[in-house]
Design a protein around this ligand. Structure first.
Ligand code: AMP
Length: 397
């Protein structure tokens, strides 16, 4: 096999997503998930040449054991020699990283310093980097940051109205996330609309379990809904998004919640799950809403209203809007959510084409508005491909 593959690794605290991307054909040659790491029954699931397989790992298996098992798998499938780099998704690059980098000992120590900004994410990313460095000692490891694309935001968009020292001495500001996805959407939208990337103005709504919306002017992020952490902004699967900041103090002082409980509620028990009292899975909430469940209907209404308000507000920095783009599991697949959002944007002239909106589901993508309307479209995202292509461009430098 030709030497064209990039091993892409995305480590969470107890899981690990991986794929092998062909940097020339852009195909995903293999994809998989290491799940329940550290538990009694960890396992690896993977898909190769259309076949799905599972490998059971020993109880309490670590990220290192999972990565070593994947390396053995690649050898068994005679793929190892074709791998030329390892690309890592790293959640927080702070202000230190405005683009992807080759990981050195110095970069690793910078990532460790940044862990305080993303204590749930960066430590897991670092574990993955160390495990992959041991497993592939001769390959370059590349870090691709969720925050990097948003480093072009002007200060008026990223600064919070807090005392200056909290930013200057402690780095408290809006960083934004999902940057790899918003960048991919920008590149694809430019190609679809046949415009140079530096002349494209879009609003990109990445709606998955995590959700964020970004205003992109002249191909650059100028505002985004996530903040210091991925908790701010839109209603998400289990995250609350925007709140009155006094709510946490009220819960602690008046209702006897602990700090940890408040954090857990805001991050893991809110959003669609909290509102619906049923599920964080948008498909389930939609099905129940269609059957008349009042709380599920409310959950969908709040999700769509908040998103529509954000989209409307992002016309302020853009001036001209070339397209509104939906992506992510919900954005790509839910015609109902897209309709409900666009229906609240008629002031801008948006009008859904019902048939096109249905046809755009399930990975197909395409324009979903009528000819007289401003353009809204669906573009399936591909973060792994951005990571692979960045890795290739850095090892070729
Ligand atoms: P992601 O995090 O991008 O994988 O997206 C996960 C979210 O996409 C979950 O809330 C899913 O319920 C949602 N999703 C996937 N397929 C559909 C669908 N056909 N309709 C509505 N939501 C969907």
């Amino acid at each position: 096999m030709e030497k064209t593959l990039v091993f892409v690794l995305n480590c969470g605290s107890s899981s690990l997503k991986f794929s092998l991307i062909d940097s020339q054909s852009h195909d995903e040659v293999l994809s998989g998930l290491g799940d329940a790491l550290g538990s009694d029954a960890p396992l690896i699931k993977y898909k190769y040449q259309g076949n799905k397989q599972t490998i059971d790992l020993p109880a309490s298996a670590t990220h290192q054991i999972a990565v070593d098992t994947i390396v053995t798998l690649l050898a068994d499938l005679s793929l190892t020699d074709a791998v030329i780099a390892v690309g890592h998704r790293v959640v927080h690059g702070g202000e230190l990283f405005t683009q992807s980098v080759v990981i050195t000992d110095h970069v690793l120590s910078q990532l460790e310093q940044l862990s305080k900004l993303a204590p749930l994410h960066n430590p897991a990313n670092i574990i993955g980097i160390k495990a992959a460095s041991q497993a592939f000692p001769s390959l370059k490891q590349i870090a691709v940051f969720d925050t990097a694309f948003h480093q072009t935001m002007p200060e008026k968009a990223y600064i919070y109205a807090l005392p200056r020292l909290l930013y200057k001495d402690h780095g408290i500001r809006r960083y934004g996330f999902h940057g790899t996805s918003h960048l991919y959407i920008t590149q694809q939208a430019a190609a679809i609309l046949d415009k140079p990337q530096d002349d494209i103005n879009i609003i990109s709504a990445h709606l998955g379990n995590g959700a964020s919306v970004t205003a992109i002017k002249s191909g650059k992020s100028v505002d985004t809904s996530m903040g210091l952490t991925p908790l701010e902004g839109l209603v998400m699967g289990t995250r609350c998004g925007d709140l009155d900041p006094a709510i946490s103090q009220y819960m602690i002082d008046q209702l006897d919640y602990t700090n940890e409980q408040v954090n857990d509620i805001f991050n893991k028990k809110s959003g669609l799950l909290g509102l619906s009292d049923i599920s964080n899975d948008c498909r389930i909430v939609e099905e129940r809403a269609e059957k008349g469940d009042a709380l599920c209907k409310l959950a969908i209404d709040v999700f769509c209203y908040r998103l529509a308000k954000y989209i409307a507000s992002y016309t302020v920095p853009l001036g001209r809007l070339d397209a509104l783009v939906f992506t992510g599991g919900i954005g790509e697949n839910s015609d109902m959510i897209r309709t409900k959002v666009i229906e609240q944007l008629t002031i801008f002239g948006f009008e859904v084409d019902a048939q096109a909106n249905l046809s755009a589901r399930f990975g197909k993508g395409g324009k979903i508005t009528t000819t007289n309307s401003p353009i809204a479209m669906v573009i399936p995202t591909n973060e792994e491909l951005v990571i692979a292509l960045d890795a290739i461009s850095l090892i070729e430098e």
